[in-house]
Design a protein around this ligand. Structure first.
Ligand code: GLC
Length: 561
């Protein structure tokens, strides 16, 4: 049984945990939806920018920009325009025509609002999926990773309270004693998800959290702590409110999460060794060892922590360890995980069984282990971080989230980032098809599927984690590409009731067991839309290249043409 903590029900608080209260939008919620957007506090925002030196990838727009937006809003009001829920989503003049009046956006805001979970009357997160047509399992919980797109949408909309509450609430959960059977987990572990229970008889609200002890397959949520740090930085960056991150409990929380990853041991690589199913792909999928998604999130969380840690004794000590790890990690990832046509050709010609410091084929990868598909998949121009690297093992699959986070965090050098986008462009049919974007490519089939997934019927070829298409993965890299991707998603998401994922080589079919009203499909769409309308939002979730981390490997000149 999971540990719980109980809080007396506040007399005025809404009892949001019953299904009906989540589903129904009361008058007060509606009027909140129809509120005008709150202007962003630009002065406070700037002070965090100053502290975070080189991190702004797109500088904040001049105040004039916001003033214009406000004026435009007023003009719109005086013309008698109707506030739609989406209205509060964007405050740029351009967005009137594109975003604010778009029916899909309006519906998305209503659905996102419906997914909000309250605890003691305060919003603390969003439910994974609001779909009562099928067994709920744990989809009625607030997942840490799933809440990130929701949080970004709320931050962009000038609604930081829910994000702050979520960060504080999950931080409290971190201090619980966590056990799987008789085994106690590390102090820094953050839960995969939590749920608010309401006991109407005792009038108590209770939170239960899952650290893996209830999860299907008992998988460890390694990514949760990283997302927590990344979100804390997004909150700080977006609001300019540094006081939350400076709280002693937040500083301690960051250090505890990182202590789990920075401890010294037998490792010969700076990458983080993980068990299968420890991230968004939370089932057996051959994603164990050093999966790209975790390495990219680890890198990003380390960089965010450097910006958030105070310069006191404990903070400084942690920051020193972070800097050393970042240096080694970026070298390792950029050198050994990067694949382009030149690198592929080099591996194809590798000698094996080399001993000594001068070995070229350091991990003793057998050229025969190169899968056939990778030769056709690799464009002349373009490249990507492969799925995994360890002794005699290279997982050549392309994983969406790891590569996107590598771009956002600047783990990818500028050349590598543009190579990743080049690859998506030239392999559009395979990676995007009719629904952006494949979680990984290609899917495993037949014998390989049986061995690697353990015959998982949910992860059959081109379904769910095995090559399924996840609408929440949309991101803007090159605006024209992002626009194309969003248009594809827009044409179907609402019509199909915001499914969790799509199946098939082209992503044409609503996923076999996909939940409807999946919150991160809704929030992912809104975030992508708002980001495109106002690219200054990107600053809260992206980090500029750190010039001190010298890129080891550039894209070779011949692929730059
Ligand atoms: C599935 C996904 C996981 C997600 C969860 C809740 O288990 O694989 O990534 O967090 O559903 O939506």
């Amino acid at each position: 049984m999971s540990p719980t903590f109980e809080v007396p029900q506040n007399g005025n608080a809404k009892h949001q945990e019953s299904n009906s209260s989540i589903f129904e939008i009361g008058d007060s919620d509606l009027s909140r939806l129809l509120e005008r957007p709150r202007p962003v506090n630009i002065e406070r925002k700037r002070s965090f920018d100053e502290r975070s030196f080189s991190e702004l990838s797109i500088s904040s727009p001049p105040r004039q920009f916001y003033r214009n937006s406000e004026n435009s809003s007023r003009v719109f009001d005086s013309l008698g325009g109707i506030h739609s829920p989406a209205r509060s989503g964007v405050s740029t003049p351009r967005s009137f025509n594109c975003v604010e009046t778009h029916p899909v956006v309006a519906e998305a805001w209503v659905s996102l609002q419906r997914s909000i979970v309250h605890f003691r009357g305060q919003p603390v997160g969003t439910i994974a999926a609001l779909d009562h047509s099928t067994e709920e399992l744990n989809y009625d919980q607030v997942f840490l990773r799933d809440f990130v797109p929701s949080a970004l949408a709320f931050l962009m909309n000038g609604e930081p309270e829910i994000v702050k509450n979520f960060l504080l609430k999950t931080l409290r959960l971190q201090s619980w004693e966590k056990k799987v059977d008789n085994f106690t987990l590390g102090a820094g572990v953050m839960p995969a998800s939590f749920k608010v229970l309401h006991d109407p008889v005792r009038n108590y609200e209770t939170i239960i959290a899952d650290f893996g002890e209830c999860a299907i397959g008992r998988v460890a949520p390694v990514d949760s702590g990283f997302w927590w740090i990344i979100l804390l930085r997004a909150y700080t960056k977006s609001t300019g409110d540094t006081s939350l991150a400076e709280l002693p409990e937040c500083q301690r929380g960051i250090r505890l999460i990182l202590t789990l990853c920075l401890s010294e041991g037998f490792d010969t690589f700076p990458t983080l060794l993980c068990a299968d199913g420890c991230s968004m792909i939370d089932r057996r999928m051959g994603v164990y060892g050093y999966p790209i998604e975790i390495q990219a999130l680890f890198f990003m969380a380390l960089r965010c922590a450097l910006l958030l840690l105070k310069q006191d004794e404990e903070g400084k000590d942690c920051a020193d360890r972070i800097s050393k790890r970042l240096h080694a990690l970026s070298y390792h990832m950029r050198s050994y995980f990067w694949l382009d046509i030149k690198q592929l050709n080099d591996i194809y010609r590798y000698k094996t069984e080399e001993y000594s410091h001068t070995a070229v084929n350091k991990f003793n990868v057998m050229p025969d282990s190169l899968p056939d598909w990778v030769f056709d998949f690799m464009p002349t121009r373009g490249g990507y971080f492969i799925g995994n690297v360890s002794p005699a093992k290279m997982d050549f699959r392309w994983f969406c989230l790891g590569n996107c986070v590598a771009i956002l965090s600047s783990l990818a050098t500028p050349e590598q980032a543009s190579a990743i986008m080049d690859l998506i462009e030239s392999r559009w049919e395979e990676l995007v098809g009719e629904m952006p974007l494949k979680i990984c490519y290609p899917a495993m089939e037949n014998h390989e599927w049986r061995i690697v997934t353990g015959c998982d019927p949910k992860n059959t070829s081109w379904s769910y984690h095995n090559g399924g298409s996840w609408p929440a993965c949309i991101k803007s890299g090159r605006p024209q590409l992002a626009r194309r991707a969003i248009e594809l998603a827009e044409s179907r998401l609402l019509k199909d009731h915001w499914p969790e994922y799509y199946d098939g080589k082209l992503g044409r079919y609503v996923g076999k067991q996909a939940r409807k009203n999946q919150t991160w499909s809704i929030a992912g769409y809104l975030v992508a839309k708002m980001m495109l309308e106002d690219p200054s939002h990107l600053g809260m979730i992206s980090l500029e290249e750190d010039k001190q981390m010298k890129p080891h490997m550039k894209r070779s000149a011949s692929w730059m043409c």
